[in-house]
Design a protein around this ligand. Sequence first.
Ligand code: ADP
Ligand code: MG
Length: 248
Amino acid sequence: MIQFKNVSKIYKLEKSNKELHALKNISFTINEQEVFGVIGQSGAGKSTLLRMINQLEVADQGSVIVDGVDMCQVNANDLRYYRKDIGMIFQQFNLLSNLTVEENILLPLKLHHYDEFLDLNEILRFVGLEDKRHSYPAHLSGGQKQRVGIARALIIKPKILLCDEPTSALDEQTTSEIVDVLRRANKKYNITTVIVTHELNVVKALCQRVAIMEEGQLIDLLTITPSDSVLKSQTYRERAMEVLADES
Ligand code: ADP
Ligand code: MG
């Protein structure tokens, strides 16, 4: 369980000496094994909120409690330990271009000691990249790169998966494939999944609940019924015709 309690974040803008209230007194709870969405326009504070869960951003006020531990209070050493339960994926994938697919996926295990981790072959099969294990990122499509990102996050057997705009650099067909991988990961590995996006159809396809953010405030918390049909019902041509064709 992840609890935000009265969390505020102020960025001090160096040049103008001004302050930017990126998060304003945010309180809510994300349940165990839930797929939880955070939506809002660019600049609403979504990434700041997400990055507080693994302390890539530090709150100025309030607390972020992950499985009973106030992440705002732990020291650097303990933070390394608690972060071992949290995986993260990014819009731009953040792969190392000089490493192969399998070297990228194994990287977390090279950097830190993990008592438990997934078998490389299992995870390659899970994300459908068995035939690409020796390829370099430059030779992969966007969807394949994000699958590597997901595999790298999953290999450490995280309890929580943080996703920052995971499909925003991808076309619609690839988005639906990545959504499918994330849904399967949530079910198979019992991962609490927090997904930040501005894409409403991704939230509708994946999430059980969603927080709506606006200018640093959480303005709504909705329970939704996930529906895959928003992503899969139409072909690209059908969608194009719907949006572009003249009505007659
Ligand atoms: P979102 O992910 O919803 O687009 P962010 O959380 O990235 O929003 O940013 C929220 C606000 O905080 C924006 O106005 C952004 O410009 C500002 N911001 C984010 N990171 C920083 C930073 N490191 N320094 C100063 N301002 C920042
Ligand atoms: Mg963002």
